[in-house]
Design a protein around this ligand. Sequence first.
Ligand code: NAD
Length: 330
Amino acid sequence: MKVAVFSSKPYDQTYLTRGNQSGHELTFLEPHLNAQTAALAQGHEVACCFVNDTIDAEVLTRLHEYGVRLLALRCAGFNNVDLEAAAHLGIVVARVPEYSPFAVAEHAVALILGLNRQTHRAFNRVRENDYSLHGLLGFDLHGKTIGVVGTGKIGVAFVRIMRGFGCQVLCSDPYTNPAATEAGAQYVSTEELWRRSDIISLHCPLLPSTRHLINAESLQQMRDGVMLINTSRGALIDTRAVIDALKTGKVGYLGLDVYEEEADLFFEDNSDDILQDDVFARLLTFKHVLITGHQAFFTEEALSAIAEVTIGNIDAFAAGQLEKMHRVIS
Ligand code: NAD
């Protein structure tokens, strides 16, 4: 099939080409998919998209006019897709429900350790011949209480790692997962999780019900100096409310791999440009804020799995075997 691969980077090209055993015609396109760029899909039956592509009703209508019948997401989340519009137009939507839960869980742990022991600041100091320790005081993770919001595939992988550190793990999720309790975690109400956790890590999807889950009200219920980690989706956090909480010390540490306005920033080298996002700029001024640019998924194992499942979805669609696809149903 002819596949227009939007938001493609050199690593997408490498892994998708390697996984393309079936010989699909892959057109690698650097731009994000949006109303202005949808025309690039002309003549393709498949649009292959990523997290920051805009796939609303207008874009889907254009894609449909250009002949696109399959939207092959090379990510797990589908919060950027208007599923009703896709269903109405008869465009099948497929995704990669699981690639490497370890990649994201381990990155959340990297943020925790980096923030706690300030390794990013220590790295710079040592290079300046400065071996002073002021400002680098950390705490033992052993014995601390970790709150895990969302115990799906990534949340459970994270629970297991934190149990290995000797932490007590509290979870909240509308559906309990036996794998979390088997790993030694305990389910509590969200309010109890806010109240008791030293570190809170978000592993739930972005839904209308989880948008700004971390807001002024929930922050108020948390322990003073709490560490917040978000490797899920930026809009789970009301960034302005967290900035206020960082200013008062209510939030002691913030580790982000995602940001609610990341579409205009992440995945690009903007180093020659003036940063226009004042909220993001304010975040960067805090010593105890560590931000990475949506790289939690970025491991060799995850990229191989993403390519394999994406090509598998396209193969199954081409063969008319919709039951073999990882479809997103609205
Ligand atoms: P999953 O579907 O296996 O698990 C999500 C869990 O969240 C489910 O158990 C669900 O019941 C729970 N949930 C839903 N609403 C909730 C709520 N209000 N409170 C608490 N829990 C709730 O998903 P997963 O594979 O574990 O991925 C989790 C999220 O990680 C994805 O939605 C995605 O946004 C994010 N992610 C980020 C990256 C990255 O590179 N940063 C990569 C992959 C996934």
